[in-house]
Write a protein that binds this ligand. Sequence first.
Ligand code: 4HQ
Length: 261
Amino acid sequence: MRFDVITLFPAQFKALTQEGVVARALRRGIAEIHLRTPRDYTADPQRAVDDRPYGGGPGMVMQYAPLRAALDAARADAAAAGVSSRVAYLSPQGAPVDQAKIVEIASASGWVLLAGRYEGVDERLIEDAVDEEWSIGDYVLSGGELAAMVVMDAAIRLLPGVLGHADSAGQDSYASGLLDCPHYTRPETAAGRGVPSVLLSGDHAAIERWRLQQALGRTWERRPELLRKRGMNDVERQLLDDYRREALRSGSRAGSKPSEQ
Ligand code: 4HQ
């Protein structure tokens, strides 16, 4: 799949493209990331791409013309490569991006991502040239670059052949709609603390049951709204009941979780 990114700070994307899972996917040709800067599309002799907001107030706003030219060039390049891309603008006003949205994003052949700076972009550009507006969370970044990298990282790791079979994306916690279970590795005793005995038992069915139970229990404790949205089957309901009974019996923090009766 192909991403075209419009950004004033292309160097920031080295964090994504130079090492790790995404870098390997790019080297193997499974994904492509093309960067372009609106500064190359301004008519201004100073190469300015921002100006003061109409109505006054602090900060600057990214101007329509250079962004529009950069977006059009990106879409034309993608089209010449046989990729029909939609345009997404990263902003806190956008629709929240969850794992289901990432799966949808990863199923497209291409996206043009607009990473804004300052107070954002001229609203007329959003109306004319942006298909979707996405938010990665309810906080304010100093630019859309990190948000674009978050989305590309989460999407590219889902593409066939990017992850090995063992750590394939199908095993991700959110693929099941639950938080992940706890993980342990050697040594068997660390700072005097052991490992849950079931994980050393060799009983694979019991281990799978325990992991599902931990995932259900932790989701119930930490993100009950995810559990409500997902629902449970009879086996899962029983596993969670047993988890809660044990939490109450042992007096763990989860057992005295104040928000749930
Ligand atoms: N910004 N999710 C402001 C974000 C953001 C977010 C990007 C900061 C756009 C203009 N983007 N610029 N949260 O905070 O996507």
